[in-house]
Design a protein around this ligand. Structure first.
Ligand code: SF4
Ligand code: SF4
Length: 453
């Protein structure tokens, strides 16, 4: 099949790294739906913002798709039962963040056909903007690229904001992950419909879909269905372009993506909105399209389960709240030499030790690494090689910041060394020959500063 896209060669960002992609394990594998486990655990915090508030009690029967917790405020989303069953307990439970957080445990009904209640499906074109935003919040839609920012908040920019570009992030630059890749290949209409819904809601005229050039089949799939949307786009004076991008980590970081697609640089202390740009993940817009297609809220998501430590690497459609152990079982279990589990990609994702941890909306992948692939944890003194400075795509000084973090000088990190600009991409840790866990130190420093106002 001829590739119609053009390679977008510039401008690309300075710094960054090119780790082994390791996507060949799952890039070609269609998404498989896993069976419903015996229990799902739905944490009340799966998003940025206030936790959801439970509206069920122990012993209640819930059907798949039922509301079980209300949004805790505007910057919050509701939670839904991802399977039919009985509320077993509302308790603190292991969360992918590593903390124990409030969650609703549901014992899944083994004999249920898991068919949701009949519901009215609204036609999004007939909804007013506030109705559309409400429908997206009611659907529990959040950014599925990892950040889990509530999507309805993105659809409600401050009064007077003029948006020129809506960018869809289809880069998936983290090694191993193929979730967004498979969504673009298998559900290109959902991606384009979701993008169109957001463009109409925000009155944006230009939609740009940025895809790294290592996913040519995704670019082709999107371009093949794009003509179906041309008439409606033309009627509203809109345009959508699918653009192939240089393969370099972290091409999918917001600032890098905006630079590559619009040639605009987000200055220090500014937001993409200040430049008339909004970025959304491809999986998130596909889930917006899905809620208007099925009437169901966000109950499941695609997760890449991969690495040489898993017997059957797969792209899996997982009910929200399924536990790691159940997902692994569906993928043939882990190998004898499996050593480390990473939730998300290996560059940014935290390690996991507890197999009872549930999959939440923001989990893009699970990477299981065997002993031979786990980087030595032995840490040495900084040798001032400067590799971390060369790798940092936002031009801050990881070496200096690392020293300050070790001396707990968090305020100095923020005030004099622009810690705020650090996006925890992990490039500095990746290149450090002394194994200094720089980005982890910066993550902990940011958490300290947040906790202490
Ligand atoms: S983690 Fe922060 S300091 Fe390190 S390379 Fe990324 S942006 Fe720079
Ligand atoms: S890469 Fe590591 S060893 Fe080299 S300057 Fe940075 S912190 Fe020091």
């Amino acid at each position: 099949m001829a590739l119609k896209h053009h390679e977008y060669s510039s401008p690309h960002f300075l710094g960054g790294v090119h780790p082994p992609e390791s996507k060949e394990l799952t890039a070609h594998l269609p998404v498989r739906r896993m069976p419903f486990p015996d229990e799902v655990v739905i944490p009340l915090s799966q998003h940025i913002g206030a936790p959801a508030k439970p509206i069920v009690k122990v012993g209640d029967h819930v059907e798949r798709g039922d509301l079980i917790a209300e949004a805790g405020g505007f910057v919050s989303v509701p939670m839904h039962a991802s399977a039919t069953g009985t509320v077993k307990e509302i308790t603190r439970w292991p969360h992918p963040s590593g903390n124990l957080t409030p969650a609703i445990r549901i014992a899944v009904d083994k004999h249920s056909a898991q068919v949701p209640r009949a519901r009215t499906i609204p036609d999004w074109r007939g909804l007013s903007k506030p109705e559309l935003i409400q429908a997206v919040q009611d659907g529990g839609v959040v950014g599925l690229g990892g950040a889990a920012f509530p999507t309805h908040v993105k659809l409600s920019p401050p009064e007077g904001t003029v948006l020129e570009y809506l960018i869809l992030n289809g880069c998936e630059c983290e090694p191993y992950l193929t979730t967004d890749h498979r969504i673009m290949v298998e559900q290109p209409r959902r991606v384009l419909t979701g993008l169109l819904i957001m463009m109409r809601a925000l009155d944006v005229k230009v939609g740009l879909i940025g895809v790294e050039n290592n996913k040519p089949d995704a670019i082709v799939a999107l371009q093949e269905v794009l003509p179906e949307y041309e008439a409606e786009l033309k009627e509203h004076g809109m345009r959508i372009d699918v653009i192939g991008l240089t393969v370099r980590y972290p091409q999918g970081a917001e600032k890098m993506l905006i630079l590559a697609l619009t040639e605009r640089e987000v200055p220090r202390g500014k937001l993409p909105l200040d430049l008339g740009v909004l970025v959304q993940n491809v999986g998130s817009v596909a889930s917006i399209a899905e809620i208007f297609e099925t009437g169901l809220p966000l109950l499941e998501r695609v997760v890449t389960v991969t690495g040489h430590g898993i017997r059957k690497p797969s792209n899996v459609l997982v009910p929200i709240g399924a536990k790691l152990k159940d997902v692994f079982e569906f993928c043939g279990g882990v190998t004898m030499d499996a050593r480390q589990i990473v939730m998300g990609g290996p560059m940014m994702g935290p390690s996991q030790a507890n197999l009872e941890t549930p999959i939440i909306k923001g989990i893009t992948g699970i990477v299981v690494l065997p002993a031979g692939e786990v980087k030595s944890q032995e840490e040495y003194d900084c040798i001032r090689c400067g590799h971390c400075l060369d790798a940092c795509p936002v031009f801050i000084n990881p070496q200096r910041l690392g020293l300050l973090a070790k001396n707990m000088r968090y305020e100095t990190m923020q005030e004099d060394y622009a810690l705020n600009d650090c996006m925890l991409c992990g490039c500095c840790s990746y290149v450090c020959p002394s194994n200094i866990p720089l980005s982890q130190l910066f993550g902990a420093s940011k958490a300290y500063l947040r906790r202490n106002g």
